[in-house]
Design a protein around this ligand. Structure first.
Ligand code: SER
Length: 608
């Protein structure tokens, strides 16, 4: 079986269990300031897990691209990836633990589906704590499909309680592991007794609670199931391989790197690691740039993570002796390999390659400058009898010139110096505390907190987009939006700064529409139907897939101001938004403008 087949089989299996296939979403989360990337399959479904009605029903299945960069520097071992795909099935107040577990087990072991050896499967369940009791319901469900007691490990919340962020939907989970050791596992072996030989492949989360703050768990209106199967890992065990990098998911990419470097994968452990880093990071970068809401390398937020991925890949390319810009060529093999499941990559291929090359060339220049700077510092450093380069100097080279610590170490070594690594870490920590956006996986704040104020901002975003089009013309297209409790940000394509008059006009239109107190209504239809009605849509969806369309206006067919394909939620009528004010209009990147705006006053939302 290949990864492509596994993806299709998974969807097919859950369709046979009355699930509806929905499209995976962007890697860049919509209206969620708390994370930089979509980090799990459940991420785009947060509003529905919290109670919002999903247009496609209560049983859903999908595959979702994800990026997790909690600690980029750790990627490089045979199983960790920054970009990965998650296969998911979802129950929104429909089935619960018993059925979810039975589905998982059938899919994994049935000869008709994956036909995995049941002896090589073990599971973990939540052992219970002050928040919730031991998950005996899950244990019973496992026993009823034939899991023996000794294959069930009971673990604490740190292992078996899943939450995407410090707040938001969460609950106990049961994780499924596959034996990757020699032969068959000995009797009594499970995750608790032998953690090295059991690899996690699938997680079933029973979303029963919403964490409102550190101390408060509120039961959700409905009990949901959120599952995530790691595509690359499951594919790897199905093929009996010892590393995801040895499967066809990575092989063509690795072959390209071998060709460019004349290094043969498997001949040197250090160099193998470099190959894996290049393969992983270039794949992640291609998906981040090639996303429908794709971003460019920059010094903040998600753009900064992208920059780090590209630069790390270049650095490891240099270690393999690749002298010229090469990532665009690696990108070609990534695009080719994933173009069927992710057609956006092919559509955006020239943008992907030009962004990669531009960043790579910039970085290569940076490295030259850093090296020159080091040479300048050298005479002074030589006066230091201990031959230590302080952490501060090393960090300055990194921060100012982008010159990586390990290259400073290398240059230092050539001249008989060691680098104060601890000092470097101290300097780095100080800097990180100053700019908190460094780590995508560790962003603060709750995930997709759907407070009233963010709902109001969300509707204001729709009004703003239509007002911009009315004033500036159809060239305006949404590039991204970001909302928190204090402000909204809206990026759109436009080739020059707006004039004061234009800004005022846009503001006036939005405030006028608020004053008219227009109703906001939602209808469910297909993308084709939505387009026919004139709705704006940022995404493609699967043919025939049911999606939500939000209309702002007195009549959703004949008299409306704004119509957009969107997951919601929104206010019920526009007067709830209050006053709207644009606080800033500035450039965001080439051909893209950014507006910041605030709202105040307004009426409370009706309770649902
Ligand atoms: N949300 C869970 C995870 O990411 C299951 O999808 O592991």
């Amino acid at each position: 079986m290949t990864a492509n087949e596994l993806r299709s089989k998974y969807i097919e299996f859950f369709k046979s269990k009355n699930h509806v296939e929905i499209s995976g979403q962007s890697l860049i989360p919509e209206n969620d300031p708390s994370v930089l990337f979509t980090t799990a399959g459940m991420h785009p479904l947060v509003p529905y897990l919290l109670g919002e009605k999903h247009p496609a029903g209560t049983r859903l299945t999908d595959y979702q691209k994800c990026v997790r960069t909690g600690d980029i520097e750790e990627v490089g071992d045979p199983s960790h990836l920054t970009f990965f795909e998650m296969l998911g099935n979802w129950s929104l107040g429909d089935y619960f633990k018993k059925e979810a577990i039975a589905f998982s087990y059938e899919f994994l072991t049935s000869p008709k589906w994956l036909a995995l050896d049941p002896r090589k499967i073990s599971v973990t369940v939540f052992e219970g704590d002050e928040n919730a009791p031991r998950d005996d319901e899950a244990v019973e469900a496992w026993k009823s499909v034939g899991m023996s007691e000794d294959k069930i490990a009971y673990l604490p919340a740190s292992d078996n309680w899943w939450a995407a962020g410090p707040t938001g939907p969460c609950g106990p989970d049961t994780e499924i592991f596959y034996w990757v050791g020699e032969g068959v596992p000995p009797v009594g072996s499970n995750k608790a007794t032998d953690s090295a030989n059991w690899m996690e492949i699938w997680n079933n989360v029973f979303m029963q609670f919403n964490r409102v703050d550190e101390k408060t768990l509120v039961p959700l209106p409905k009990k949901n199931v959120d599952t995530g199967m790691g595509l690359e890992r499951t594919n790897c065990i199905l093929q009996g391989k010892t590393s995801v990098y040895l499967t066809e998911v990575f092989q063509p990419i690795i072959a390209k790197i071998e060709e460019l470097s004349s290094y043969k994968y498997g001949s040197n452990p250090e160099k193998d690691k470099s190959v894996r880093i290049i393969a992983d990071h270039s794949r992640a970068s291609v998906f981040i740039i090639g996303d429908p809401k794709g971003i460019s390398p920059s010094n903040v937020g998600a753009g900064y993570v992208l920059r780090r991925l590209i630069r790390r890949a270049v650095r490891h390319g240099m270690k393999l002796g690749i002298e010229k810009a090469f990532l665009a060529e690696v990108a070609d093999s990534v695009i080719e390999n994933f173009k069927i499941a992710y057609p956006e990559l092919k559509a955006n291929s020239s943008k992907i390659k030009s962004e990669l090359t531009a960043e790579e060339e910039k970085f290569r220049l940076t490295l030259k400058k850093g090296e020159a700077e080091f040479q300048k510092l050298l005479p002074n450093l030589m006066k230091n009898p201990k031959k230590i380069i302080s952490g501060k100097i090393a960090y300055n080279l990194y921060e100012t010139y982008g010159y990586p610590l390990e290259l400073t170490q290398e240059l230092g070594q050539e001249n008989g110096f060691t680098v104060d690594i601890e000092g470097f870490k101290v300097a780095e920590k100080k800097h990180q505390e100053a700019s908190k956006t460094l780590d995508a996986g560790k962003a603060k704040g709750g995930l997709a907190e759907q407070s009233d104020i963010t709902t109001k901002y969300h509707t204001a975003t729709h009004l703003l987009q239509q007002a911009l089009i009315d004033v500036l013309g159809e060239k305006v297209a949404q590039k991204g939006s970001n909302i928190n409790n204090e402000r909204m940000r809206f990026d759109f394509t436009f080739d020059r700064p707006m004039t004061q008059e234009e800004i005022k006009k846009v503001e006036d239109i939005v405030n006028q529409k608020i004053k008219e107190d227009l109703p906001v209504t939602m209808e469910i239809m297909t993308l084709d139907e939505a387009r026919k009605e004139g709705a704006r849509a940022l995404f493609e969806s699967k043919y025939g897939e049911q999606i939500k369309v939000y209309t702002i206006g007195r009549n959703s067919k004949t008299d409306w101001f704004s119509k957009e394909v969107c997951g919601g939620p929104h206010v019920q009528h526009t007067a709830q938004i209050g006053e709207f004010k644009i606080t800033k209009e500035q450039s965001s990147s080439a051909g893209v403008r950014r507006i910041r705006a605030v709202i105040f006053g307004g009426l409370p939302l009706d309770s649902q």
